[in-house]
Design a protein around this ligand. Sequence first.
Ligand SMILES: Nc1ncnc2c1ncn2[C@@H]1O[C@H](COP(=O)(O)OP(=O)(O)O)[C@@H](O)[C@H]1O
Ligand SMILES: [Mg+2]
Length: 256
Amino acid sequence: MSIIRIEKLVKNYENNGLLVPAVRGVDLSIERGEFSAIAGPSGSGKTTLLNLIGGLDRPSEGKVFVGESDLTALTPKELSDLRLRKIGFVFQAYNLIPVLTAMENVEYVLLLQGVDKNERANRSAAMLREVGLEKEMDRLPREMSGGQQQRVAVARAIVSEPDIVLADEPTANLDQKTGESLIDLMHRLNHEKKITFLFSTHDPMVMHRAERLVHIIDGHIDSDERKGSGRAPAKKKAPGKGKKGATKSSQGKARR
Ligand SMILES: Nc1ncnc2c1ncn2[C@@H]1O[C@H](COP(=O)(O)OP(=O)(O)O)[C@@H](O)[C@H]1O
Ligand SMILES: [Mg+2]
């Protein structure tokens, strides 16, 4: 069973009385353990799509399943519980709480989950060590580099041991080398902890490193390719371009 399943997803925003279609009928399935990226130019709908998958926003039409849960059928309380247990989110601009240290930022998720104090401290410290920040635990976000802050954001996203990490342009504010080491880190977590990663990006390095690349243009899927890790991507159009995007049968199975 797919860990994420999207059916006929549509999201329209309203802007000064005008309808802005951001996602225009997307079908997509992500399998457990995948290391995938949604790539597309600015304004193509990447953030909107990730927010819908992560339950941070509600679709105008269509369905989003995470595991067996239909997000569109959940109450706000059920949705936030599911988010807390199953989904880690890494934002483009890190979104750390400025008055909390690295450690406190990571612990905060566990606090929301009701984990007791000792376990919170142990798990958060272990997570920060895992992302190479053992020396920075007591620093405030403003006392860390962009790369370090993004590592804290990754630690925060995975400390609750979610099934899925959604990362919205995680390397956008990082230099090439720092971005690459962040992807190395996430790739290792993908392998070791079997966490499913779904990025949005327009960074060629991230597109290259992703094991599956879904191109989105103007709110619909333009192509969907699975590739061996590390291999240079070869662009190929998926069937059904423009309308349905990738369905189960068009996810490039033959291209493995
Ligand atoms: N809150 C919003 N209100 C109105 N329009 C929005 C809002 N968020 C995004 N949009 C519009 O939806 C489209 C997709 O945006 P977005 O998902 O942010 O794209 P991307 O992340 O690929 O840059 C764009 O046309 C954008 O202007
Ligand atoms: Mg965006």
